[in-house]
Design a protein around this ligand. Structure first.
Ligand code: MV4
Length: 454
């Protein structure tokens, strides 16, 4: 069993990992930047080492400083959380070279799924459906146009290194194609230092549905059902829920089976998420795999009762999965709202600063994952997410009513947050009806009066 873990992250996920370690009797080492001295994860970890200045590339992204801290404190393993170094294959390799267990899949899995064209190819090989598209990367404009015509417009051009919607363009006809193709390539080159792109048929208003999987070092893989993450604004998820109000039991079963098939085909170790787009006829298509624990993992935990971070630690310790597929029961509905320090009145601009008053909601069926408290100052250097509200109940209606109640209770003063915006969505009849697609927020912003959420 792992005895001591370095947590190579900050914020709520660092705290989440400390909590799982505490329950398993694993010692924790927090690493933190000069801007994060006040953070709860630093105070709750057994030990803490400062690794540098506030800016991420001087601290949370400095792999050699993190490895040095791991050596000094003599840890067995590093948990990378999400973001920062979580999907950095070089970092995983550095850990291996230093005989430190990287809590995640093999370096190969990180590399292969990190390249979205390769990931697509692996899905094809595992006989998991993908969206009709190019056979790998295309770098020649003429060739690309030919393939686009074969696929049929509209098409979407995607960066192999893509993320956050960068290096992604749609083209609705042959005339627009050349311009979009080149701007996708240029943007990808700028953002990722890799201009490689591939093509897919563009689905107009799909749902974003992802399947959580767990694999151990013995080749056992299970899935823990889906999360519906269709409600996003500018490629940032805002609300996630499970089970999806849209997919049928039959689709759910097939997607779960295919997710397990893909993970098994690469001997996947650890927690992973397989992302699909689902069209209005319940056709589903693999798009990407994330080789980390995700922000929204808590939704699955509340639906199934499985502690995913504990499972990650047990798997990394070389234990067999604690559950077989038949043990996984979907016993509740859960929904999550991400709380961000940002101002809906100023186009959601980040709003760092001191929290003067803090009163989080509680009571039956409410979970708060957050590292902040009254008197805490949110630094301007990082992601604006400061808390996650997860509510759950016997069915969707109860979970949604509970979310409305929890958001109403949540008092955060001194800074602005998106709480009122999320509440407006929870109350919105279209969202309530369960018909939200990935276009929902854009449409909501067009029709909803601003004073509904500012
Ligand atoms: C798509 C698509 C439509 N058709 N692929 C956006 C982020 C990246 N992970 C994949 N994305 C999309 N890929 C095809 N072939 C539409 C999107 C998309 C989207 C997907 C999920 C959630 C929100 C989205 C918002 C805009 C576009």
């Amino acid at each position: 069993m792992i005895k001591k873990v370095l947590i190579a992250n900050r914020g709520e996920i660092a705290l989440r990992i400390v909590r799982a370690c505490n329950e398993l009797g694993i010692k924790t080492l927090a690493v933190y930047s000069e801007a994060d001295v006040q953070s709860l994860h630093v105070q709750l970890a057994d030990e803490a080492i400062c690794i540098g200045p506030a800016v991420s590339n001087q601290s949370y992204l400095k792999s050699d400083r993190i490895i040095a801290a791991a050596e000094i404190a003599d840890v067995d393993a590093i948990h990378p959380g999400y973001g920062f170094l979580a999907e950095n294959a070089e970092f995983a390799e550095q850990c291996a070279d230093c005989k430190i267990k990287f809590i995640g899949p093999s370096t190969d899995a990180i590399i292969n799924f990190g390249d979205k064209a390769k990931a697509r190819d692996m899905a094809v090989k595992a006989k998991v459906p993908v969206i009709p598209g190019s056979d790998g990367v295309i770098d020649n404009e003429k060739e690309a146009l030919k393939v686009a015509k074969e696929i049929g417009f509209p098409v979407i051009i995607k960066a192999v290194a893509g993320g956050g919607g960068k290096g992604m363009r749609t083209a609705h006809n042959a005339v627009a194609f050349a311009k979009e193709f080149n701007s996708a390539r240029n943007e990808a080159e700028k953002a990722f230092g890799n201009g490689a792109v591939y093509l897919e048929k563009f689905l107009e208003a799909p749902r974003h549905i992802e399947i959580q999987v767990l694999g151990d070092q013995f080749g056992n893989v299970i899935h823990l059902g889906e999360r519906d993450c269709s409600v996003q604004r500018r490629h940032q998820k805002l609300i996630e829920e499970a089970p999806s109000p849209f997919i049928s039991d039959e689709t759910r079963k097939k997607m779960g089976r295919d997710a397990v098939k893909l993970a098994k085909s690469v001997n996947y170790e650890g927690a992973g998420t397989i992302e699909f787009l689902v069209d209005s006829k319940q056709n589903y298509y693999f798009i990407e795999m994330n080789t980390r624990i995700q922000v929204e993992h808590g939704v699955t935990e509340e639906v199934t009762g499985v502690d995913l971070v504990k499972e990650q630690l047990l798997i990394a310790s070389g234990q067999k999965l604690s559950y077989e597929q038949k043990d996984i029961k979907f016993i509740r509905h859960a929904i999550e709202c991400r709380v961000c320090a940002e101002d809906p009145a100023r186009n959601f601009a980040p709003c760092p600063g001191e929290i003067s008053l803090y009163y989080p909601p509680g009571g039956h069926g409410v979970r708060i994952d957050s590292h902040v408290y009254g008197g805490y100052t949110i630094p301007p250097h990082y992601d604006s997410m400061i808390s996650k509200v997860i509510t759950f109940g016997r069915n969707r209606e109860l979970a949604l009513d509970r979310m409305d109640r929890a958001l109403k209770e949540y008092l955060i003063r001194g800074i602005n947050t998106n709480i009122s915006f999320s509440r407006a969505i929870i109350k919105d009849p279209t969202f309530r009806s369960g018909s939200a697609t990935t276009k929902y927020i854009e449409e909501f912003m067009k029709r909803a009066p601003k004073n509904l959420y500012t």
